[in-house]
Design a protein around this ligand. Structure first.
Ligand SMILES: [Zn+2]
Length: 378
């Protein structure tokens, strides 16, 4: 009965094989290509996924995260809730400060919010102060900036003679007592060595000195200075109030715009965020500095449905979590980069259907509805 005598040996071999497989599964899961589920106590998914992998940022103005010196820290960007206005604080990886605009001096909780935020963050000096353009909702709080903080270099768009309001003249007066640079063509900021690039961008080159009009555009919004920052694999684009003509001009010039994070132009107005521009930027994250309620008072009706619709079509919108943020709904917005990925947190969360809710205008056919948002917005 030879077959009976072999049975115990066969059983032993099978048992040894099972033990080997179990040991491999425990210690070398990748060899067996097993999918190990995350532990049950893993943190819940944030409504706004924080560490989603940024889209490819390969391009001439980025470097890889591995090229970042070990002494460099985080790049921190704060889009401050300043009503229908702009105020953005940037703290670079080696702790230099860049301030884009100052909020409005006329709108409640605008420049006061910006000042309070900077003080809360312990900022005493603004190394680089950028006035994107000469509109009150961008430079109205500058006087307070100059009074309350040590200011380094001031950048403006050079349109110093076009306006003569108290706010504008006062800003220029303060700026003249500092290192004051008119951005007349694209130029690099000497921000610091951790950043791959800190580039000031303009759609229209300007003459030397302080000019009072522009042969190419009379729309001051289109004179906005843009800023593009690149840190490791990540990149940010801040557009001021650059509108459709400005966007088209930048595209025509072939300006490198590719960025993971976009501070949306002109408070979500339908005159900005054209599809070709958003295509060129290719952002994954969007921040809109706006105030829907105040915008009605002012008659602007921002944000507009057309721009939100364009943004929506570019928003990753993974698992019901929008990558678009609004200051009026979500308060101060923080976008932090370690050079590999961007983490975004907002003071409050809003449902995606709220974020993509804006004003439409029956007089402009392109102000159509946004696509269906899915079950979370029913
Ligand atoms: Zn504005």
């Amino acid at each position: 009965m030879p077959s009976r005598s072999k049975t115990p040996v066969l059983i032993s071999l099978i048992l040894i094989l099972i033990i080997v497989i179990v040991l491999l599964a425990v210690f070398y899961p990748s060899i067996l290509q097993l999918n190990i589920p995350p532990p049950k106590n893993a943190p819940e998914t944030n409504p706004h996924p924080a560490n989603a992998s940024p889209a490819s940022t390969s391009g001439p103005l980025n470097h890889s995260a591995s090229e970042i010196p070990s002494s460099c820290g985080l790049l921190r960007v704060y889009v401050i809730n300043v009503s229908q206005a702009d105020a953005i604080l940037i703290i670079t990886p080696s702790n230099r400060t860049i301030m884009i605009d100052s909020g409005s001096g006329m709108k409640k909780n605008s420049s006061t919010n910006a000042l309070a935020f900077l003080k809360k963050m312990g900022v005493a000096r603004i190394d680089y102060l950028i006035a994107t353009h000469y509109h009150e909702d961008h430079i109205g709080g500058m006087n307070s900036m100059f009074k309350d903080f040590d200011i380094g270099t001031v950048y403006d768009n050079g349109n110093c003679g076009n306006y003569s309001s108290v706010t504008e003249v006062s800003f220029q007066g303060y700026a003249l007592s500092h290192d004051f640079i008119h951005v007349k063509t694209d130029m690099d900021m000497p921000a610091e060595s951790c950043l791959a690039r800190a580039q000031l961008i303009v759609a229209y080159d300007r003459p030397e000195g302080c000019w009072n009009s522009n042969k190419d555009t009379s729309n001051e919004n289109d004179n906005s200075i843009l800023l593009r920052l690149a840190y490791g694999n990540t990149s940010f684009l801040f557009t001021g109030d650059c509108e459709a003509d400005c966007e088209a001009e930048l595209l025509k010039q072939g300006t490198y715009l590719r960025s993971d994070f976009l501070k949306v132009g002109h408070h979500g107005s339908a005159t900005s965020s054209t599809q070709p521009f958003l295509d060129a930027v290719g952002a994954e994250y969007f921040a809109i500095s706006t105030d829907k309620a105040r915008s009605v008072t002012d008659g602007y009706y921002h944000p507009r449905q057309a721009s939100l619709s364009n943004i929506f079509s570019h928003d990753a919108f993974a698992q019901g979590a929008s990558h678009t943020f609004r200051t009026d709904l979500e308060g101060d917005i923080a976008a932090v980069s370690d050079g590999s990925a961007i983490t975004i947190t907002a003071a409050a969360n809003a449902a995606a259907c709220q974020i993509f809710s804006g004003y439409s205008s029956s007089s402009v056919s392109s102000y159509g509805p946004i696509p269906a948002l899915g079950s979370s917005c029913n």
